[in-house]
Each structure stands twice: as structure tokens, then as C-alpha cells.
Design a protein around this ligand. Structure first.
Ligand SMILES: CC(=O)N[C@@H]([C@@H](O)[C@H](O)[C@H](O)CO)[C@@H](O)CC(=O)C(=O)O
Length: 291
């Protein structure tokens, strides 16, 4: 069985994909990006080929850059979900070759698995293509349209996928999430929550970490919330969560207004902007972060 160097916990940033003006991947800023995450946001794990970073469109070879020695990242998890099993297996093998610390897979979303067994068999085949890598199931039903409950999927999962290491749960169904934790207390699974504005509720339900887009720019603030929670200062933790909620609401409105572009304006594809660097100062105004 594969075990990670250490259990994946704390914050994991879903990576953006830095682009040049010409729409090419901007490899030259990746070092700076990682430095910024580690030193300014206190985030030491990344989730590559994320939903935020246009997962299915970005070549996994980009992530070779993040694994270079000297980058101070604890773990690099690479999402290897794809529409075909073969492609997903190739991505899994590639992730192993480039030295990733784990792989994650979403449910195929075009020809969807309609039972738990079909989904498990798909995941099992992908996991088997990288048998030395910890495997995470990426549950994001709103985007895949696959509504199989995570709790059902996790039932007996180690018999099928011995490398199973945890769940990335990007859904607001806290009952399902809580049941996953409750029914797997004997296991050392990582329970990584993926709805950043609800993280505090998930911590109460037993989340061991979080994967999300906002840790690119709210990592520091969210780490303060984790610290307050750890210290059992729940009132302070709640203040942080509300502050984070207000901020995300502000960013979503800002992004929506940017998407309303006229016919002649050019816009970058979703998730490929250099947003955290461009707007950080504007967004971190006292008004929005006042808690
Ligand atoms: C639907 C979606 O993109 N959810 C985000 C959240 O981090 C989300 O952006 C955040 O909670 C703000 O709504 C993550 O769960 C997704 C993620 O980790 C990824 O990009 O792979």
C-alpha cells in the first residue's frame, strides 16, 4: 500500500494557470507564484490541474515545474480525471513519473457512471495505473452531475482501491461529509473540504484540511481561522469565517462584472488569469476585510 510522506493536511491551493498575453502558459512566473503561496499565504500544498486552473485543458507536464527541488512545497497533488479511462490512466502514470505526491480523480461527466460500482471500478483502474501514489477521490457533483453520495462511495473503498488516501469534498452537503468522517473513523483518511466559505462548519464535522481556489489569496486569513479553531476560540474563528465569506462574495461579484465584456474586448479564459497578483491590493481593502 502507498503512504504519503506525511498525511495531507492544512490548506491546499487549487492552482491557477499563469498565462502570457498570447495565451501561452507562463512558466517564468511559477517560481514566484510558489514563493508567494508559501511565504505570503502560508500554503504549502498545491492541487494541480484544478477546476480553477482549467483542469482538462492544461497539460500535466506544467506541474513538473512545481516539483523542482527548492520550491518548499510539502505536497503536490495532481488531478488526473478525464473523460476516458485510458487518458486518465496515462495522466496518472505521468503524475507518478514527474514525482507528484498523490493523484485525484473526478467522476467522468459525459458518459456518467450511474451506480457506485461503475464509478468505483473506473477509479480503481485509474488508481492501479499509479500504484505507488496515494489516491484521492474528488467529489464535485455540481460540476460532474454525478450525484452518487460520497458516503456511499467510501463504504469498503480500501478493498477496491488499496491506495485510497482521502476525499476532496467540493459540495455543500454537510450531512454527506459528516457521514464520510463518522463512518471512517478507524481509517487515517484525509478529509479535505472544498467549499471555502463553509470551511468552519466542515472543521466541526471533522475536516482534516481544505482544498480551494481562495487559498491563493486568502490562505493567510484562513490559516488564522484554523489556528483559532485549534485553540478552541470559536467566536474568533467565526469572525474569520464571516470575513472570508464577505470577501469571497466581493470577489465573485467583481469577477462577474469583469465577465460582462463588450464584443470587442478580449478576456482570459476562466481560471487562467493572474488574478491574485493583479487585484490583491485592491481587494484587501479595510472595508472588505473588516472583521
Ligand atoms: C466549484 C469550485 O470551483 N470550487 C472551489 C472552491 O474553492 C470555490 O472556488 C470557493 O469555495 C469559492 O466559492 C474548489 O472546491 C475547486 C477546487 O478545489 C479546484 O479548483 O480544483
Amino acid at each position: 500500500m502507498a503512504f504519503p510522506k506525511k498525511k495531507l493536511q492544512g490548506l491546499v491551493a487549487a492552482t491557477i494557470t499563469p498565462m502570457t498575453e498570447n495565451g501561452e502558459i507562463n512558466f517564468s512566473v511559477i517560481g514566484q507564484y510558489v514563493d508567494y503561496l508559501v511565504k505570503e499565504q502560508g500554503v504549502k500544498n498545491i492541487f494541480g490541474k484544478s477546476t480553477l486552473g482549467m483542469s482538462l485543458h492544461v497539460s500535466s507536464s506544467v506541474f513538473r515545474r512545481y516539483i523542482l527541488p527548492g520550491y518548499q512545497l510539502d505536497q503536490v497533488i495532481i488531478h488526473v480525471g478525464a473523460l476516458s479511462l485510458k487518458e486518465s490512466q496515462e495522466l496518472a502514470q505521468h503524475a507518478a513519473e514527474i514525482g507528484a505526491d498523490g493523484i485525484a480523480v473526478i467522476a467522468p461527466f459525459f458518459l456518467k457512471p450511474w451506480t457506485k460500482d461503475i464509478l468505483i471500478n473506473f477509479l480503481k483502474e485509474v488508481a492501479a495505473a499509479a500504484p505507488a501514489l496515494p489516491f484521492y477521490y474528488y467529489h464535485i457533483p455540481a460540476l460532474t452531475g454525478v450525484k452518487i453520495r460520497a458516503e456511499e462511495l467510501l463504504d469498503g473503498i480500501l478493498d477496491k482501491i488499496p491506495t485510497f488516501q482521502g476525499l476532496k469534498f467540493s459540495d455543500t452537503d454537510l450531512l454527506d461529509f459528516g457521514q464520510c468522517v463518522d463512518q471512517n473513523r478507524q481509517q487515517q483518511f484525509a478529509f479535505l473540504f472544498g467549499v471555502d466559505e463553509q470551511l468552519l462548519s466542515a472543521l466541526v464535522m471533522g475536516a482534516t484540511g481544505a482544498v480551494g481556489s481562495t487559498y491563493n489569496y486568502l490562505g493567510k486569513k484562513t490559516n488564522q481561522m484554523l489556528e483559532a479553531f485549534e485553540q478552541k476560540d470559536f467566536s474568533l474563528a467565526l469572525n474569520y469565517q464571516f470575513c472570508i465569506q464577505r470577501f469571497i462574495n466581493f470577489v465573485v461579484k467583481l469577477e462577474n462584472s469583469k465577465l460582462k465584456v463588450s464584443k470587442n474586448q478580449r478576456t482570459l479564459p476562466l481560471g487562467t488569469t493572474n488574478f491574485p497578483f493583479l487585484h490583491r491590493e485592491d481587494c484587501l481593502s479595510r472595508r472588505t476585510l473588516n472583521y
